[in-house]
Design a protein around this ligand. Sequence first.
Ligand code: UDP
Length: 491
Amino acid sequence: MEKGRENVVLFPFMAEGHIILFLAFALHITQMGYSVTFVNTPLNIKKLRESFPPGSSSIKLFEIPFNSSDHGLPPDSEDTDVLPYSLSLRLLEASLHLKLPLRKLLRDLIEEHGVKPVCVISDLFFGWAADVAHELGIFHAIFSITGGFGMACYCSVWLNLPHKDTECVEFQLPDFPEAGIFHVTQLTQSMLLAGEEDSFTNFQRRNIRAWSNADAFIFNTVEELDKTGLMYFRRKLGIPVYGIGPILLSDQDRATSSRETTISAEECVEWLDKKEANSVIYISFGSQNTISASQMMNLAKALDASGRSFIWVVRPPLGFDINAEFEAEQWLPEGYVQRIHDQDRGQIVSKWAPQVEILAHKSVALFLSHCGWNSVLEALKNGVPLIGWPMAAEQFYNAKLLVEEVGVCVEVARGTSFDVRQEDIMEKIELVMGENEKGKEIRQRSWKIKQVVRDAVRDEENYKGSSVKAMQEFFTTALLKKEQAVGTASS
Ligand code: UDP
């Protein structure tokens, strides 16, 4: 802990997406004058040490012991990204054993520095961390890397399993009726298979119920866009809920992930510079998801037939090794890559694209996205409308929020078994990019939202955005609680 600075303990779940976003949050917190103790398991801390962003001396990395083999996991499995999906639950359950090490770490910190941290902020998968912090009289908050609405729907489905009581393909959420009507295609595979007694449902329910023990809930979102979801948690948990985003991954944060790229940001920007303003479609399904082989063929044909320029991050389709080398002949129509290249129509990127630079470029008009929350925030911040093709987790509900509440998106498909036709994709592209009333409305709305998102983080003498105010309010409360605890202990 740096002398003279109040200390904040951050503890993300062991998944790359969680860790890098917590790191971005940590940098944000240090800019507010706090020091951060960043906690994780040994291999994750080692990885972070090797690629730690410069200028982060107020962040101290701290490892707590964890041995994956003790929990029936393969050796050195400390990150969901190295595990098959079927073992994710085991890692989540294994993380319950981090309770004692966290308690010891907090005790050691207090003993070493003679003062308590101002708060512990843990991942939403670590609902139990509230008990540990409270035992030691420390304020505890949960930080959600996803938005309020998406997480509210996700929780409500797990708590209620509303699709189990009905033969219909549509249903409502009993404790979240304002979220509207849902369709079974908006459920994840594990939700469809869930029952009252299965272990995933039990884990989810136990964890979600523990959230009400926290002192506060922080979302990486913007209050003005995500009020319905944030209100759900205010009502459900009865604790303060803050929208403090968008916290976005900077280039430095990205340097912590060792992604291979086939096109540099400079090359991408150079190519985009030659295109007309608002003329290019960007297509990406995020860092983990992919589509089926037949969907990929239809998407390829639709992009071709649309006559528009595009940048497409092509990952091996379902059924291929996720690390397989790019196989144009197998995955795309015959001669596709050559034709697109000869016409200078598109960039087909394998592995990893410089997404932030792409979405910030004025030539980009549309983002066909899986609606992962980081992608959503990056699109909104740049005023880029979306075509939603959610694949997993709370992405279905992020898409619902964008379509029904924010008004900057149309959906084209859901998941990998959705029978999406070439014409459907072309129709949606024309709807958003073409000269029609709906398209104009979506584009105008996206421009408005861009301003809302930017305003939320404006921190000027005469203007504080909603996210800036929320962050200040959170720390004022945490500091006050700390002082009160000290006062009580010494009286
Ligand atoms: N991303 C990127 N290049 C890619 C794919 C993804 O830079 O080719 C980044 C993207 O900008 C975003 C993150 O990876 O910040 C993906 O997070 P998101 O929440 O959108 O989806 P996830 O990968 O977690 O499903």
